[in-house]
Design a binder for this molecule. Sequence first.
Ligand SMILES: *Cc1c(COP(=O)(O)O)cnc(C)c1O
Ligand code: SF4
Length: 340
Amino acid sequence: MIHGSLASVESDSWQSLLASSITDPRTLLERLNLDPALLGPAMLASADFALRVPEPYLARMQPGDVHDPLLRQVLPVGEELLAQPGYQLDPLGEQQTNARPGIIHKYHGRLLLIVSGGCAINCRYCFRRHFPYEDNNLSTAEWQQALDYIRSDTSLSEVIYSGGDPLAANDRRLAWLTREIADIKHIRRLRIHTRLPVVIPQRVTGGLIDALCATRLPVTMVLHCNHANEIDQHLGAAIQRLRAAGMTLLNQSVLLKGVNDQLQQQLELSEKLGDHGVLPYYLHVLDHVKGAQHFHVDDQQAQRLVGQMLSKLPGFLVPRLVRETAGCAGKSPLPVELIE
Ligand SMILES: *Cc1c(COP(=O)(O)O)cnc(C)c1O
Ligand code: SF4
């Protein structure tokens, strides 16, 4: 089978890209020709939350530009260490909803499965930057218990693969899990929330597509792309393969000061997603996680931004501006009025 052997060659390469990610701030600064004065704060901040950038993501940054919107998302900076009232370790209270290993059940009808604790990239604004993922690496018995939980709750109609990044799991694990879930009659849909195809497009192998799409379940993949510069030809080709396999593709992003808080940046992101047949779904206001306060954009500015987008784009390319609040069963949209 040509297909099988190709898939194994491809999967070696995404796994080696994952393993060879840059984790030393000194290397990052050298590779991008940046001011060595950035090193001190980067070392301090990365002791709190490690630096992690895969090579294919680094390749999309502009050397010498400390304001590069992709670099801003991964570079540990001194501002992270400043205490700020109201910014917490677990802003969404997920450690309370994480009652069973591997499961977050806080939305009605849908359940998040922590398929893999690891991420391919460490995003400085991440609301789970302090999440104890080590406690969520499941044994075989725990996987069976998680599946039993899904089997026994007939109010569930959707399973969401989450993480960390669920696509950091290997194809064999994903194929097994997807078959088990498809066998549960009350489950009607599968969803995958992932940033991996964005940061390592090589992750989208034939083997991955087989693992996710070889069942009765309709599959939606929600990508996480924050800036148009993240969409290069490799990601475009990966998206093309996912769509050709019949997946619905959506995107969610986080509104981040210094990354995507300008109208032109948002318009370009939506247009470029649209070029590739990906619909912008959510634009999240920042969760108040400790260490991410420098990315904050205030609500009024966020609402103005999306109001302006409404007058410049077709409705289906305007994301919903939302906030997630601890203890709530869903996200709350912020009111937005069209601004001409
Ligand atoms: C909001 C959210 C969900 C659920 O999304 P809905 O489309 O509102 O059902 C799942 N995973 C993550 C990471 C989310 O932020
Ligand atoms: S990929 Fe997602 S879960 Fe992982 S660090 Fe980035 S935002 Fe957080």
